[in-house]
Ligand binder design. Structure first.
Ligand SMILES: Nc1ncnc2c1ncn2[C@@H]1O[C@H](COP(=O)(O)OP(=O)(O)OP(=O)(O)O)[C@@H](O)[C@H]1O
Ligand SMILES: [Mg+2]
Length: 268
């Protein structure tokens, strides 16, 4: 695999062409992070490190704080205390640098969040043109490579509503990748999809992981976790309760809280 300029392939290290020294070591560092929504303490002293090229699956019961953690990592939610570093830098709270640094963190949501009145191609090129200040021709070329990579190059001129859910989610992944993020966050990317479309999205994500993208994935898809993740983080009640390899976590959970959760998702 080559590190071709603008190519859709991601080299091990995941940093992309603008990175000087990909290397190993932590890319995302979450340290003693606390967050409240009013009285509700939703993130309680969270510590989490994601190494370059690592895939971390975050799993846990509803309301545990998984989405809030993802949103905090790219500053969609402010935190009350602690630090979050992406590639050694703290995201600024606001201002011009925020948009640029936030673009280092790609995010894919459960609801695909595509712009309804723009074509798929326009959805994918918008960020690179507006935020990265990339030229249109270069942005379109890169966008087509990414759409090809997620298997929907032939849908480029359509509008989101004309695509299936699985196709829309793959477009959303291409749109995130177009910004050449250093890390990708996925918040339950398959839970709004019909069963037959789940695998086409998971396959794209597994390919990304294999190519070395650094990823944080909130999902209950155990097959994906076993295949693609190096680490599973179990979150409940705003805390990281357990952190382990997928194999150990799914076969040998240490805490009652995790065992109880697993027994529910395994039998539903
Ligand atoms: N904007 C908000 N304002 C107030 N409370 C919120 C807000 N967003 C989330 N919460 C609360 O924070 C807690 C954590 O929510 P979060 O969405 O992070 O959980 P989650 O683990 O992602 O759950 P799920 O599995 O259902 O997606 C919940 O109690 C939720 O009700
Ligand atoms: Mg959530």
């Amino acid at each position: 695999m080559t590190d071709s300029e603008g190519g859709p392939k991601l080299t091990k290290g995941g940093g992309g062409p603008q990175e000087d020294d990909p290397g190993g070591g932590p890319l995302v560092v979450v340290e003693n992070v606390n967050k409240h929504f009013g009285e509700l303490h939703v993130l309680k002293d969270i510590n989490l490190t994601v190494d370059r090229g690592e895939v971390v699956v975050v799993i846990g019961p509803s309301g545990g704080g998984k989405s809030t953690l993802c949103r905090s990592i790219n500053r969609l939610e402010p935190i009350d205390a602690g630090t979050i570093l992406v590639d050694g830098k703290e995201l600024p709270k606001e201002g011009r640098d925020l948009a640029r640094l936030r673009a280092d963190v790609g995010m894919v949501f459960q609801s695909f969040n595509l712009f309804a009145h723009k074509t798929i191609l326009e959805n994918v090129t918008l960020g690179p043109i507006k935020v990265r200040k990339q030229g249109r021709a270069e942005s379109e070329k890169h966008a087509m490579e990414l759409l090809d990579r997620v298997g929907i190059a032939n849908q480029a001129q359509k509008y989101p509503a004309q695509l299936s859910g699985g196709q829309q989610q793959r477009a959303a992944i291409a749109r995130s990748l177009a910004m050449r993020p250093k890390v990708m966050l996925f918040d339950e990317p398959t839970s709004a999809l019909d069963p037959e479309m789940i695998n086409e999205v998971l396959d794209v994500m597994t390919g990304l992981a294999r190519d070395g993208m650094t990823m944080v994935v909130v999902t209950h898809e155990m097959g994906f976790a076993r295949k693609a993740a190096q680490k599973v983080v179990f979150m409940a009640d705003g805390q990281v309760v357990e952190e382990n390899t997928p194999e150990e976590f799914f076969t040998n959970a240490r805490t009652d809280r995790a065992k109880d959760f697993l027994s529910k998702i395994l039998t539903h």
